[in-house]
Design a binder for this molecule. Structure first.
Ligand code: NDP
Length: 476
């Protein structure tokens, strides 16, 4: 597959390529041009060239194009899901779910097209005043590999409906789904240059985007360290920024919770997408009274998860996305074992068998007796490891839950209204779930506190981040 610039597939200026591997088999899925700075220039030029006409297109007409694109994704769902699973690793059902989420986001923003308007404001004196809400122009997005379709939707939907044009850099291990979705926008009638996709190494293509003076706004999703670098590079051009960074979400289960529902929530919350979700349950806090029963129930469910190639029937857990990602998980677990920072209750190994030999598989793992300062609790663990901790009461749980630099999501499981209130007020997180975890909706603002970033995606909040107010005062 090639880069998508100015409404067509292009080679890179360098004529170099890189391979995209299937994480379940190690086979090459496809090759993609290795973009460089010149390709970013070409994409920004194309986006700048298309910006005036797209901004002048009425929101209703923009919505028609986005709606058609969402429809095409539904039409090609089976083929796109196979492609997404082949390069990302997740089970086919999760891939379909993610792609439907992509369509859902576009359709949600189509519905908001009619809300794009300024205000009429009266001030003292003769005359009248109003505000115009204008698009910013060329915007950019840098996205990761864990949810490449959904996160593309979070950026493309609000950027395009509000009349901006976009340059998107996909992650190097999952560029194929983003390139395919961009081409579907072309089929839906999106004018050339409005959406451009430049694959290539983060330190080259990503940094060229962050530094580019012609890009007015950048929305980045990825690691907190990379986010800090992107923020510093963007400062020279005073780009507007949204940073959706790492998370270490706590899940707190109180003694009065519906235990079956909470076990389900922990299982899905941690092991969905092989644990590679920014708002995955990364630390589980159980109140003493229910801790043994809960842990036993969860262990049984975890040991029943079927590991395998996401393209096969009945698989619950695919491989990690890359060898590098599995090495991070393995190294961390080795450190925990070597320093005696916790006890592996179940899992903790690379599964044996020929079907696992060439892939990046890892067993779903529960760890108990974790010491407070282990990296397992202090860093974002992007893989299928779940540390389980015991707490006396909710107050202690909230204190422990907040003892992290992250603040993306958190959940509390209880039927007690006072506990719900205390948790919602006390937990430092952009999203607090009650009796659920992980769910996101296009209507609801999503983003982090602390080192999980700033700015919001989704909902009306994201739309306003892609618009600029101009104040007009008329004297009569
Ligand atoms: P990165 O932050 O490195 O990658 C995310 C995106 O940023 C990719 O498109 C990447 O490109 C790009 N990028 C990398 N370096 C730069 C740079 N210097 N300037 C601009 N863009 C850059 O995350 P990783 O993929 O390396 O994952 C590492 C860790 O990050 C994970 O273990 C996890 O903890 C966390 N993470 C969190 C996510 C979240 O949603 N919260 C999502 C993904 C990762 P390329 O692919 O070419 O390197």
């Amino acid at each position: 597959m090639k880069m998508w610039i100015n409404g067509k597939f292009e080679d890179s200026c360098s004529s170099e390529f890189f391979e995209v591997l299937n994480p379940a088999t190690g086979e090459i899925v496809d090759t993609v041009p290795r973009g460089g700075r010149e390709d970013v220039e070409a994409a920004v030029d194309a986006a700048a060239g298309a910006a005036g006409a797209w901004a002048a297109t009425s929101p209703r007409n923009r919505a028609e194009v986005l709606h058609r694109a969402g429809g095409l994704v539904r039409e090609w769902l089976d083929e796109l899901a196979v492609l997404l699973t082949s390069e990302q690793g997740k089970p086919l059902a999760e891939a379909k779910n993610e792609l439907l989420g992509f369509s859902g986001i576009l359709e949600y923003y189509c519905g908001l097209a009619s809300t794009l308007k300024g205000d009429f404001i009266q001030v003292p004196g003769n005359g009248y005043s109003f505000t115009l809400k204008n698009p910013l122009g060329v915007c950019a997005a840098i996205i990761p590999w864990n949810m490449p379709a959904l996160i593309m939707g979070w950026k493309v939907g609000p950027a395009l409906i509000s009349g901006n044009t976009l340059v998107l850099k996909p992650a190097s291990s999952t560029p194929l789904i983003n390139l395919s979705l961009a081409a579907l926008f072309g089929d839906a009638g999106l004018p050339p240059g409005v959406l451009n996709v430049v694959p290539g190494p983060g330190p080259v293509v990503g940094e060229a985007i962050a530094k580019h003076p012609g890009i007015k706004r950048l929305s980045f999703t990825g690691d907190t360290g990379t986010g800090k670098r992107v923020a510093s590079l963007s400062a020279s051009s005073l780009k507007r920024l949204t940073l959706e960074l790492g998370g270490s979400d706590p899940m707190i289960v109180c003694e009065d919770a519906d235990l079956e529902a909470a076990v389900d929530g922990a299982l899905r919350g941690r092991f969905y997408n092989c644990g590679q979700t920014c708002t995955a349950v990364k630390r589980l806090y159980l109140q003493e009274k229910i801790a043994d029963e809960f842990t036993a129930k969860l262990q049984k469910r975890v040991e029943g998860l079927r590991i395998g190639n996401g393209l096969s029937e009945g698989v619950d857990l695919g491989p990690l996305n890359s060898g590098k990602q599995r090495a991070c998980v393995l190294n961390l677990l080795e450190e925990v074992r070597a320093k005696e920072e916790g006890t592996v209750l179940t899992g903790g190994r690379v599964p044996e068998g020929v079907e696992y030999a060439a892939g990046n598989f890892f067993e779903p793992t529960l760890i108990t007796d974790v010491v407070p300062d282990s990296r397992l609790l202090r860093e974002e663990v992007f893989g299928p490891l779940l540390p389980i901790l015991r707490v006396r009461d909710l107050e202690e749980a909230i204190g422990e839950a907040n003892r992290t630099k992250y603040g993306l999501g958190a959940s509390v499981w209880t039927k007690d209204i006072d506990r719900i209130r205390a948790a919602c007020e006390g937990l430092e997180a952009g999203t607090v779930w009650v009796n659920q975890h992980l769910k996101v909706a296009p209507e609801l603002p999503f983003g982090g506190m602390k080192e999980s970033g700033f700015g919001r995606e989704n909902g009306g909040d994201a739309l306003s981040e892609y618009l600029e107010s101009k104040t007009v005062m008329v004297k009569t």
